[in-house]
Design a protein around this ligand. Structure first.
Ligand code: BTN
Length: 261
């Protein structure tokens, strides 16, 4: 399978955004785009700067998991300097933008598993990681990291084969990573510019969640809870109804759906 390098010009040329992707910093191979993004924040880069790589050797996922991003994946981080009021919506807008970009470029319909796993037919195709620095009541920075399985065969990665898929596996042909990234940046900016009023983002994200109304198991740190995923609040927290009727608000965790995914 051909895995051409991602040239920055293929992203920036005629990109219809105001500030996201005005500067794209590209590495053929690096540890994690999140590491470089943090370094760039310390150097004071502009909001909307994108760090992208063809391959990560130490990609990271939520809850300190490793994120596999071989050549053929999308691995990028975008730097923001949001307000505190906008911060909870970044998770929602990033997953929504991923779903919409996948649909626009490939026609595939993806869903969101709370909080921000993007799935196709129950299998993960995209993961999102938000890292932020908060000083007192001020957000110093936020980095949205997005990894999408685009052009590689999951059969070559047996460790994630049961729970993951890639766009090329779904379609039976390769997909232009540049097209997806361009769409993603346009969509993220469009949604970001609606903040701090996150009502429409919240509603659209909630409507895409496959999790709601289902019996789920939630692992949050050392705690495992079971119940019905009743709703999500405006901060993105999951409201879990347990067998005794009580509602528990879950801020961060991993959800397993009834099909085990
Ligand atoms: C998850 O589902 O656990 C989140 C995965 C996030 C992966 C992306 S790839 C680009 C960026 N760099 C990283 O090291 N992680 C994020």
């Amino acid at each position: 399978m051909a895995k051409n390098n991602l040239l920055p010009a293929s992203i920036t040329d005629n990109l219809e955004t105001r500030f996201i992707g005005r500067k794209v910093i590209y590495y053929p191979r690096l540890t994690s785009t999140m590491d470089i993004a943090r370094r760039k924040v310390r150097q004071g880069v502009a909001e909307g700067t994108v760090i992208m790589a063809d391959e990560q050797t130490a990609g990271r996922g939520r809850t300190k998991r490793l994120w596999l991003s071989p050549r053929g994946s999308i691995a990028l981080s975008i730097i923001f300097y949001p307000t505190m009021a906008s911060l909870p919506y970044l998770v929602m807008l990033a997953s929504l933008a991923a779903v919409r970009s996948i649909a626009l470029v490939t026609g595939l319909e993806a869903q969101i598993k709370w909080p921000n796993d993007v799935l196709i037919d129950g299998k993960k195709v995209c993961g999102i990681l938000i890292e932020s620095g908060v000083q007192g009541n001020r957000v110093a920075y936020a980095i949205i990291g997005i990894g999408i399985n685009v052009n590689f065969r999951l059969a070559d990665f047996p460790e994630i084969l049961p729970m993951a898929t890639s766009l090329s596996d779904e379609l039976g042909k390769e997909v232009s990573r540049a097209d997806i990234i361009r769409c993603l940046l346009v969509e993220i900016e469009r949604l970001y510019l609606t903040l701090p009023d996150g009502k429409a983002i919240y509603q659209a994200w909630r409507d895409k969640l496959v999790t709601l109304g289902k019996k789920v198991r939630v692992t949050s740190g050392e705690t495992i809870l079971e119940g019905i995923a009743e709703s999500v609040d405006k901060n993105g927290n999951l409201l879990l109804r347990q067998a005794d009727g009580s509602i528990t608000e879950i801020i961060a965790g991993d959800v397993t759906l009834p099909n085990g995914k």
